[in-house]
Design a protein around this ligand. Structure first.
Ligand SMILES: NC(=O)c1ccc[n+]([C@@H]2O[C@H](COP(=O)([O-])OP(=O)(O)OC[C@H]3O[C@@H](n4cnc5c(N)ncnc54)[C@H](OP(=O)(O)O)[C@@H]3O)[C@@H](O)[C@H]2O)c1
Length: 281
């Protein structure tokens, strides 16, 4: 392969799909990971030449390992976009632990599993005197936290720590690690999250449903607004393409005015900050 090569996880929809498009337009070859044959067919149809589709569930070690071996065998990898993610809402008092565990497995452990599997191919690029970069798609939800999205906040706060450690560890190898922190982006994650929330909510004891009904209604309204009025995913993809291909990538990129505003709130004294976010009720 002569062009630069990048791997994007969670390429079926939303930010991942837009990243594939942005990278292909920049002239790159893209490894795009999906979970279903329908999504595999759609990507093959839309990008018959520039995209190689891989089937991968980030929580399935064997599928991640196999993808890493295939990418390494084909040549160097110039950048990895750890994008795959889910948002599983619910009050921490009642959220089934297996749901919480799944949130962390997908959004945090999955990112590390994929990173470990792709590092040999990224190092190959460095050995050939070329760039190798790792982009983590975090969220402004990794800097602030509010009610009903505790599992998601925990995963994105964790990703921030993971990215900072990884950045320090890979600095001597010349592999920058970039954390992207978007605000609300109009993608299917919001409706998928609401559907997952409904399923979990139905399992709660009646008292729990009553206790948290108002907060759940609030978060649902926020999700509806974000799905309708969030920034288009192409805006995040542009930032990711810059982080992968620009000369001097920044360690972090906030995307969106809401993310900028929330980042300012995160710097306020704790008491004031909590009054504005988690403790508002
Ligand atoms: N939308 C926002 O407002 C927003 C804001 C900040 C950060 N983010 C982050 O952006 C990333 C992408 O989300 P999005 O908004 O673009 O949502 P999305 O359209 O729902 O895309 C999520 C992608 O992740 C994939 N995925 C989910 N579970 C997976 C698993 N176990 N293994 C492999 N792939 C898996 C999905 O594949 P399937 O189609 O097979 O489920 C899909 O391709 C996430 O990390 C999210 O936290 C989103």
């Amino acid at each position: 392969m002569t062009s630069r090569s990048f791997l994007v996880t969670g390429a079926s929809t939303g930010i991942g799909r837009s990243c594939v498009d942005g990278l292909v337009r920049s002239g790159a070859h893209v490894w795009a990971t999906v979970r279903t044959s329908e999504d595999e067919d759609a990507l093959r149809r839309d990008y018959p030449e520039a995209v190689t589709v891989l089937r991968m569930d980030v929580t399935d070690d064997a599928s991640v390992r196999a993808a890493g071996e295939r990418v390494l065998a084909t040549g160097p990898l110039h950048g990895l976009v750890n994008n795959a993610g889910v948002a599983l809402p619910g009050p921490l008092e009642h959220i089934p632990i297996e749901v919480f565990r799944r949130q962390i497995e997908v959004n945090l452990i999955g990112q590390l599993t994929v990173t470990q599997a792709m590092l040999p191919a990224l190092r190959q690029s460095r050995e050939q005197g070329q760039n190798a970069r790792i982009v983590m798609v975090g969220s402004i939800a990794g800097r602030i936290a509010g009610p009903m999205l505790g599992p998601y906040h925990a995963s994105k706060h964790g990703l921030l720590g993971l990215a900072d450690s990884l950045r320090a560890e890979l600095a001597p190898s010349g592999i920058p690690v970039v954390l992207i922190e978007p605000g609300a982006i109009a993608t299917p994650i919001w409706n998928r999250g609401a559907a997952a929330g409904d399923e979990v909510f139905a399992q709660f004891p009646a008292a729990g449903r009553e206790r948290y009904a108002a907060q759940i209604a609030d978060v649902r309204a926020t999700a509806t607004r974000a799905a309708a009025h969030g920034l288009p995913p192409e805006r995040v993809a542009q930032v990711i393409v810059t982080a992968l291909t620009g000369r001097h990538p920044r360690p972090r990129y906030l995307v969106g005015r809401d993310a900028q505003a929330a980042a300012m709130v995160a710097r306020l004294p704790f008491r004031l900050r909590y009054r504005l976010t988690a403790a508002k009720r």
